[in-house]
Design a protein around this ligand. Structure first.
Ligand code: HEC
Length: 116
């Protein structure tokens, strides 16, 4: 089981590597910076990368928007305008906005999520 898991991880890492070298015009995502920003903004209170918490896992977000040309614009809007969202327990609240003055950091976070 352990070996299988790490083999999968390795395969995923290799795929990511191949894909990132194949599509050069897109700037490489800085995953560490994205995660730091997400932690600072407490995004992980409701989201996890690949398991369900109070909200949709980011891997599912990536899957949902796969191949959609307006994905980046949509998600950028989602994390900067505070739309109303429904939590798992049925309550509604305003989605938190990413707090940073640097639009590049938001772009990096959005592309990190889309690339999961
Ligand atoms: C209070 C809980 C909560 C926190 C904290 C939170 N989110 Fe969310 N988020 C949600 C919910 C609920 C949804 C589902 C919205 C829907 O699909 O209607 C969501 C959806 C999303 C989506 C997908 C939007 C889409 O169009 O499918 C992204 C991307 C996202 N959140 C990013 C973030 C980021 C980045 C942060 C940190 C700044 C964050 N979230 C913090 C609850 C939260």
């Amino acid at each position: 089981m352990r070996t299988l898991l790490s083999a999968n991880l390795l395969a995923a890492a290799l795929t990511a590597l191949v894909m990132s070298t194949a599509s050069s015009p897109v700037l490489a995502v800085d995953a560490e910076a994205a995660q730091t920003l997400a932690k600072q903004n407490k995004c992980f209170k409701c989201h996890a990368i690949d398991k369900k918490k109070e909200a949709i896992p980011w891997k599912e977000v990536a899957a949902k928007y796969k191949g959609k040309p307006d994905a980046e614009a949509k998600l950028t809007k989602h994390v900067t305008t505070g739309p109303k969202v429904k939590l798992d327990d049925g309550t509604e609240e305003e989605h938190p906005m990413v707090k940073t003055k640097n639009p590049d950091e938001i772009k990096n976070l959005v592309n990190y999520i889309l690339g999961l």
